[in-house]
Design a protein around this ligand. Sequence first.
Ligand code: A3P
Length: 274
Amino acid sequence: MFKAQYRKDDNMTTHLGSKRLPQALIVGVKKGGTRAVLEFIRVHPEVRAVGTEPHFFDRHYERGLEWYRSLMPRTLSSQITMEKTPSYFVTKEAPRRIFNMSRDTKLIVVVRNPVTRAISDYTQTLSKKPDIPTFEGLSFQNRSLGLVDTSWNAIRIGMYVVHLQNWLQYFPLSQIHFVSGEKLITDPAGEMGKVQDFLGIKRVITDKHFYFNKTKGFPCLKKTESSTLPRCLGKSKGRTHVQIDPEVIEQLRDFYRPYNIKFYETVGQDFRWE
Ligand code: A3P
């Protein structure tokens, strides 16, 4: 009877393939919809992905590329290896480090209205640390002067064009694909179609893969990479947001407007965050 042979050495090629460094990365942004893109793309037979966030290019870089490679799933040479770590997008050293791994790395960034993103980020933190100050309190250095606190991560992450400039020092725009976090919810198949084109793989993931789950309030997969059962993302994805003072929302919209416009101009895409 056929018996699978597993080898200890990660470098070895077996009939299951070998562990390769990723050719494509979802580098951001936190709370943009990165888990959804990873879970949707890994349904594709030509894609294999790491489930957890490796944080190699920000937290664990000193462990070296061999350590990183050992985390990867085995793939056939025809398959693309992927991982997602949303903090890479705002890590100063990440573009250079990824470039040094391979200048051909394809980069995916899921972006979302920065005000909604900030509220989503805050909602997540609050669920873990209920004692933190209010969103309104953390957002400003001086609220009456409308001075936004750009050192607060929840605000800083949404200044997309600022971070993007670091990436453009190393990668051409053609190597970076931006997914609209909003369209990912209203038209997942359309957004995933563009992701597949960008990765240079056949459009296998289509409308047929999704259904709208009314209870969840989000699109879900009819089947996954490992199961034929339908599956929605977990409870931490698609949370009800904390109510924020509408005046504060307006102030933050004003704050982000110039950054958004510059971002649209730089990437040549209008995300319509108004
Ligand atoms: P909210 O929880 O604020 O709604 P990330 O995976 O990058 O942390 O992003 C989380 C966000 O993904 C969620 O933020 C949610 O809006 C969004 N999202 C996009 N498509 C989704 C889907 N099909 N199911 C659940 N959440 C989805």
